[in-house]
Design a protein around this ligand. Structure first.
Ligand code: SAH
Ligand code: SF4
Ligand code: F3S
Length: 435
């Protein structure tokens, strides 16, 4: 039998979809297929911004006809949007053909929910308010070789005023360090060449005492696993970024010299309203400390424009941060009000036309800096971990430590190998050259 999983949202969701695939395999769905050929379709949704929800709504709605033609097809909707207050109800009303709705706290239950749905022709909605366990014990079907995702924390305690994640993912829970290390050792033994540790705020790992060690200690322990591989982690919250973490990055070759450190805004008043608990000055001091200890370390970020009450001058502080912090790249977002969050209830919501104007300026600034950072590699040699083959370009591709995408020709299939790329030219975030 065939399965198809449609994923929206962050890396955490991408990895969760790998676990969903593991569950489906256990239920006899042994082949991944396109939508039209699937016997079960699972939507793993996101609700971080309104457009993420609209995408999912559009794609689920488009299945009405398929479901009418294929009576036995099971359509399941899970993930953050399904977990959102009141959304399951809306989904069921809008799309009565949905067979199963599950949330973020009961993934391990998915197998038995599918059994129940197969046994009875009645739609099922199963959501839990909070998950207690940190180990789901689900064997993922990994899809991102040579990279492997590894969860270290679930949930988030930060309640940034714009963000829905703490409401749909629950309180922060750390996995035991021993479990994480066992997984990492296993993955390296299997041949994975890059490990990315995942958490909403990796720096607060072990805040609940369940990890057994601090994040810098965990990182160091992972880096000491035998073998040649790269270690990445995301996301770091600037409020918990520490000198100890910088020391560990500097001291361990396997840890990529690339840190994703979302700034969100370059203005202190907005950062305060966002409940981010750091200032522009503190942020800049942190990356200065990082770059002093780790020369050439790439810093990437997330930025939001149009937060309630943001003035033109305050937006310009975000704009100027791009060059001052010298970001290697940045994800830029228009603020999207999320029902139930503090910011959604604030006065002074910014009109979309203003936010659109701001994001265009910000994207230009980010692109300019991205090009500048890429140009720095031209004429140099940079190590690439080959990930894939680009059919259109007819070239292999992979990233360097700093996250730049390198393209090259090769006379054999080098996927999963480290190669030295002599960079001849750069284009945006991409580097082209010879190995
Ligand atoms: N835990 C991570 C981020 C997870 S969400 C962190 O704290 O950095 C990824 C990004 O989405 C955030 O960094 C933020 O820039 C953006 N984001 C979150 N909520 C948003 C909202 N309501 N509107 C627009 N962007 C948002
Ligand atoms: Fe959201 Fe803030 Fe938690 Fe990140 S740290 S997931 S932005 S609440
Ligand atoms: Fe990720 Fe979206 Fe949920 S960003 S944690 S999938 S709301």
């Amino acid at each position: 039998m065939n399965y198809c999983i449609v994923t929206y949202g962050c890396q955490m969701n991408v990895h969760e979809s790998e676990k969903i695939a593991g569950i489906l395999r256990g239920k006899g769905y042994d082949r991944e297929s396109p939508l039209e050929e699937a016997d079960i379709i699972v939507f793993n949704t996101c609700c971080i911004r309104e457009n993420a929800e609209n995408h999912a709504f559009g794609n689920i709605g488009a299945l009405k006809k398929l479901k009418r033609e294929k009576k036995d097809l099971i359509i399941a909707v899970g993930g953050c949007m399904a977990q959102e207050e009141g959304k399951a109800q809306i989904l069921r009303e809008k799309f009565p053909f949905i067979d199963l709705v599950f949330g973020t706290h009961n993934l391990s239950e998915l197998g038995s929910l599918i059994d129940r749905r197969r046994a009875r022709r009645k739609a099922i909605v199963s959501l839990l308010p909070e998950r207690e366990e940190t180990e789901d014990g689900i064997e993922p079907v990994r899809t991102s070789y040579p990279n492997a995702w590894v969860n270290i924390t679930y949930g988030c305690n930060n309640f940034c005023s714009y963000c829905i994640v703490p409401y749909v993912r629950g309180r922060e829970r750390s996995r035991a360090a021993g479990e994480i290390l066992k997984e990492v050792r296993g993955l390296i033994a299997e041949g994975y060449r890059e490990i990315t540790l995942l958490g909403q705020n990796v720096n607060s790992y072990n805040s609940d005492g369940r990890g057994g060690m601090s994040f810098p200690e965990l990182l160091e322990a992972c880096a000491s696993v035998e073998g040649k591989f790269r270690l990445r982690f995301m996301t770091s919250h600037p409020k918990d970024f520490s000198a100890e973490l910088v020391r560990v990055i500097a001291a361990n070759e396997k840890i990529c010299k690339c840190v994703h450190l979302p700034a969100q805004s370059g203005n202190d008043r907005i950062l305060g309203l966002m409940n981010r608990r750091y200032t522009r000055k503190k942020y800049l001091e942190e990356i200065a400390m990082l770059r002093e200890a780790v020369p050439g370390c790439a810093v990437t970020t997330d930025l939001i424009v149009g937060f309630p009450t943001e003035t033109e001058e305050e937006f310009e502080d975000t704009l100027s941060l791009v060059h001052e912090a010298d970001f290697a790249s940045a994800f830029t977002f228009i603020y999207s009000p999320r029902t139930g969050t503090k910011a959604a209830a604030m006065e002074g919501q910014i009109p979309e036309s203003v936010s659109k104007e701001r994001i265009m300026q910000l994207v230009d600034a980010v692109n300019e800096n991205t090009r500048k950072k890429s140009a720095e590699f031209v004429g140099k040699t940079t190590e690439i971990l080959c990930e894939d083959y680009d059919d259109k370009k007819g070239l292999y591709l992979g990233r360097n430590e700093a996250g730049r995408m390198g393209y090259f020709a090769c006379d054999h299939n080098p996927i999963g190998e480290f190669v030295d790329l002599h960079v001849e030219r750069a284009n945006g975030i991409s580097l082209f050259g010879k190995i």
